[in-house]
Design a protein around this ligand. Structure first.
Ligand code: SAM
Length: 372
């Protein structure tokens, strides 16, 4: 790459920071620029923006993967219904509440309840779990990630006290959506769900896998425009990683480099976004999460699920953090965050425009010692 081309991309990054208003061609240049200096330049801009909005804080979410039963058969996913080799489990309500007690004692002030679309999870069950957590720990936020539901169900969850909802859109291109999902799943339904969640008042998380089978640069540009258009409060992205029991077992994984590039672009497009450095990023690159924080991410999601079931929530192969106790996970994550120059804070960590419900300012947790 010549000086002129590198300089051109850097000017585009400046423009992105100024007004977020790049043409498709310009966005493609930013995504594809292969000058080694450019990634660092873009990440620095993204860091500046995140620090202007959220300072050096990193928010923790205690992830409780409470069921791996799923009625859907997403072609890329290790817990899809068609995978007869997946060892299924679901946590009881008591087990989930115990996870929240443990997490609270460890300093978590947000719990993310994630699972497959398990028919066992009636609205009443989810409502009861949300209420249970809120009664025990009123100063926490509850994020649900339990897939597509009727609007009435989402409303019940919201009324029970759920604050946020994660539902990745997976791809903003209808044909591409059809390539990743069976015919009984529909792009329109996914979009309707996302609209319902927003209208009800949740802080909503969208997102996509990076490098999913068939994904093109044009798809990614559509994704970016979609995320921007809906002013997403949270965006979850991570590399696609093949699972051996899926039809995409031999598809190439998404790269850490493209994931980091996108994290920075998303931070510049949506300066206030809550942006996690995901486990999948840490799976494709041992230092992926540190690099994610250095590229604009400000959220980490250590695992709070009981160790006995961790190894069963396998969306993809070689998933990290399946063996450590929750306390170890939080220690490890605090170290990684500190290593990237940031600090884990004990706070609900709401989107900046949803701070009203927050009980007290975030207090800084002590940095973990390296030998811990
Ligand atoms: N059922 C809920 C839903 O549909 O939103 C939440 C669980 S779902 C397994 C969570 C996310 O895992 C999906 O949105 C998808 O992006 C991600 N995922 C699934 N398979 C993956 C894979 N092979 N590589 C990386 N991420 C994957």
């Amino acid at each position: 790459m010549t000086e002129t081309k590198a300089g051109f991309c850097m000017e585009l990054a400046d423009k992105l920071e100024r007004d977020g208003n790049l043409t498709d061609e310009e966005l493609a240049s930013v995504l594809l620029c292969d000058d080694p200096r450019f990634g660092g330049y873009l990440a620095e801009k993204a860091r500046d923006v995140r620090e202007r909005v959220y300072g050096k804080d990193v928010y923790l979410r205690g992830l409780i993967e409470f069921t791996n039963y799923c009625k859907n058969n997403c072609y890329y996913c290790g817990i899809r219904s068609g995978n007869k080799n997946a060892e299924r489990y679901r946590l009881s309500e008591e087990e989930i509440l115990s996870c929240s007690d443990l997490g609270y004692a460890l300093g978590f002030r947000t719990f993310v309840l994630q699972g497959g679309e398990d028919p066992y999870d009636t609205d009443e069950r989810i409502v009861s779990i949300v209420r249970g957590i809120k009664e025990r720990h009123p100063d926490t936020a509850v994020t649900l990630s339990v897939g597509e539901r009727e609007r009435e169900s989402y409303q019940k969850f919201y009324d029970a006290g759920a604050d946020r909802y994660l539902l990745r859109h997976e791809t903003a291109d209808k044909d591409h959506y059809g390539m990743l999902h069976p015919e009984n799943m529909s792009y329109e339904r996914r979009m309707n769900c996302l609209r319902d969640l927003k209208e009800i008042g949740f802080q909503v998380g969208r997102g996509m896998m990076v490098g999913s089978p068939g994904q093109t640069t044009e798809h990614l540009i559509k994704d970016l425009r979609f995320l921007k258009a809906f002013a997403s409060e949270m965006v979850g992205i991570g590399p696609f990683i093949p699972h051996h029991d899926t039809q995409y077992a031999n598809a190439p994984p998404g790269t850490a480099e493209m994931t980091l590039r996108l994290l920075s672009v998303i931070r510049l497009l949506l300066p206030e976004v809550l942006l996690p450095a995901t486990t999948a990023l840490g799976t494709v690159d041992a230092l992926g999460r540190e690099k994610g924080f250095a590229a604009g991410a400000n959220v980490a999601m250590p695992n709070l699920s009981p160790v006995g079931v961790r190894g069963k929530y396998l969306l993809y192969d070689n998933k990290i953090c399946t063996g450590d106790e929750a306390a170890e996970c939080i220690r490890c994550m605090s170290m990684r965050v500190a290593g990237a120059g940031y600090a884990v804070v004990q706070s609900r960590g709401d989107h900046i425009r949803y701070r009203k419900g927050e009980a007290g300012a975030g207090t800084v947790l002590p940095a973990a010692s390296p030998e811990a």
